[in-house]
Ligand binder design. Structure first.
Ligand code: F6P
Length: 545
């Protein structure tokens, strides 16, 4: 067994944190800042083009020390080494977890079962590059000798959310190709997209690590039928490529073996954008930008692997999530990117974080007695401010929020960007400071309201403040900085999984529903409803009638 199996609640640090929590829980962030004016410096990290300010969190220096003690007591340092060395840390699936290997320089050496995997990664990267170059420059053509204009990525979960999020995030850098993503088995999704496409100039990428996923295979078959109706079966090899670790299944589907981009079992679906799953990214922004994304990911990995815990961004942010989840008992965290380009980041993180750490059995096989997992949600600012910020400011729930912003905008419209960023800074200040009754009173008096009206309105206008936020301020949204940001979240997932003593890299929880759906589909096909609870039975009967 390569990972420790320490129950975090049995550590000295956990017990100390429980006691320490009692001393912190009633302290107001505003007071913590007054007591230590240098707080921003103490609790911030400048790394490359990232400035991470975690000073507006409900912590003091003791909290940080104890959280780091906890990370050390559960042997996070050893776990990091096992992870990067390619040990089988995904024990329930008996796999290594090596998406990090996809972003190392070609001169590196990473060995699994006595063989260096870097050369084979390099071969696939070269294949991605040459394929992307030829499609982008128009030398690789469709069946009627026209260059491609549209690329359709058919996949779901990790085979969709990551490439989609990155393609959207890097839209500013994109070329002339139109990229579409079809994921849902809802036929309206595929047909709505096909309606807009011309088979002569459309390339389909079927992305499925397993090549067994119902949604993807159904959509791929529909796309294939649509294509054949307009072209012919012989032309399929010019218009369909696949990304999969199940090469034989892809061949059975009718994909030419030369058109298959392989994937290794040590790349988890939700961590696969760095592999050929990112082919649509490379097609959209060009291979050089795809490489820059990998480089950004690699640099964050190196920061994570080599920096002491006190200055280590993924470790500090991961431990803060644990502080809130297990001591403040918060239920969810918000991620608010102040960039419209990052509008799919929260959805992408939902899979990455919740599919990884949504577990309730620990690495000993025992039921956990503490909370794990983080419910993650969010929308871009400033839109989010006009939607759910009310609840964060004045609701009954404590929701730590992460603000991600950029110093420079891509179109360099200073007027817009200054307004955007003024909101970015104002919100974290407002969430922290709040507005007490004295200040509310002062503003109401200045509005010349009657004493009675002032008394009536005051409680509604009070903001308690003391709402924790972390600010990640990055110089500019580039392929490289995006790569570092994604890797930052990936490594945080790892940190939290290690501390919670769970396996972060399997996803058994998605299987049961899939199996039941297969059974129900055969009942629907035969218009025959078998044994179910009365609710499911009645719903099925309604559907069939
Ligand atoms: O159902 C969950 C899941 O297995 C994800 O983990 C994965 O990203 C997705 O389905 C798609 O799987 P595949 O790439 O094998 O089609």
């Amino acid at each position: 067994m390569s990972l420790s199996t320490i129950n975090p609640t049995n550590t000295k640090a956990w017990k100390a944190l429980q006691n320490h929590y009692k001393t912190i829980k009633n302290k107001h962030l505003k007071d913590l800042f007054t007591q230590s004016p240098e707080r921003a410096e103490t609790f911030s990290i400048q790394w490359n083009d990232f400035y991470v300010d975690y000073s507006k969190n409900r912590i003091d220096e003791t909290t940080k020390t104890l959280l780091i003690d906890l990370a050390k007591e559960v042997q996070l340092d050893k776990a990091i080494q096992s992870y990067f060395r390619g040990e089988v840390i995904n024990e329930t699936e008996r796999r290594s977890v090596l998406h990090t290997a996809l972003r190392v320089p070609a001169t590196s050496n990473i060995t699994i079962d006595d063989s260096d995997i870097v050369p084979e990664i390099t071969i696939i990267k070269d294949k991605i590059k040459s394929f992307s170059d030829q499609i982008i420059n128009g030398t690789l053509k469709g069946y009627s000798n026209k260059s491609f204009t549209d690329i359709v990525n058919i996949g779901i979960g990790g085979s969709d959310l990551g490439p989609l999020m990155v393609t959207e995030s890097l839209e500013y850098y994109k070329n002339h190709l139109n990229i579409h993503y079809i994921s849902n088995v809802d036929g309206d999704h595929v047909h709505q997209n096909l309606k807009k496409l011309n088979p002569e100039t459309t390339l389909f990428i079927i992305v499925s690590k397993s090549f067994e996923t119902q949604e993807t295979l159904t959509n791929a078959l529909t796309a294939r039928k649509w294509f054949i109706k307009n072209a012919s079966e012989n032309n399929i090899n010019k218009h369909f490529v696949a990304v999969s670790s199940n090469t034989s299944k892809a061949i059975d589907f009718g994909i030419d073996s030369d058109n298959i981009f392989p994937l290794w079992d040590w790349v988890g679906g939700r961590f696969s954008i760095w592999s050929a799953v990112g082919l649509s990214i490379s097609l959209s922004v060009g291979y050089e930008n795809f490489e820059a994304l990998l480089e950004g990911g690699y640099e964050m990995d190196e920061h994570f692997r080599t920096t002491n815990f006190e200055e280590n961004i993924p470790i500090i942010l991961g431990m803060l999530s644990i502080w809130y989840a297990n001591f403040f008992e918060v239920e969810s965290e918000a991620v608010i990117p102040y960039s419209q380009y990052l509008h799919r980041l929260p959805a992408y993180l939902q899979q990455a974080i919740m599919e990884s750490n949504g577990k309730s059995v620990d690495r000993n096989g025992d039921k956990t007695t503490y909370q794990t997992g983080t419910i993650i949600w969010g929308e871009p600012g400033t839109n989010a401010q006009h939607a759910f910020f009310q609840l964060i400011h004045q609701g009954t729930k404590l929701i730590p929020a992460e603000f991600i912003g950029f110093k420079q905008s891509l179109f360099e419209d200073k007027d817009h960007h200054d307004k955007l960023m003024a909101n970015f800074f104002a919100q974290t200040e407002a969430l922290m400071d709040g507005k007490d009754a004295t200040d509310v009173l002062k503003s109401l008096v200045s509005e010349n309201l009657s004493t009675e009206k002032i008394k009536q309105l005051t409680p509604f206008k009070v903001f308690e403040g003391n709402k924790p936020t972390t600010t990640i301020l990055i110089d500019k949204l580039t392929p490289k900085s995006l790569g570092s940001l994604i890797s930052l979240y990936e490594q945080r997932i790892f940190v939290q999984g290690i501390v919670w003593n769970i396996f972060s890299y399997d996803q058994w929880g998605v299987e049961l529903g899939k199996q039941l759906a297969t059974k129900i589909l055969s009942e629907i096909d035969n218009s025959e409803v078998f044994e179910h609870d009365s609710s499911t039975k009645s719903l099925l009967k309604h559907y069939l009638n």
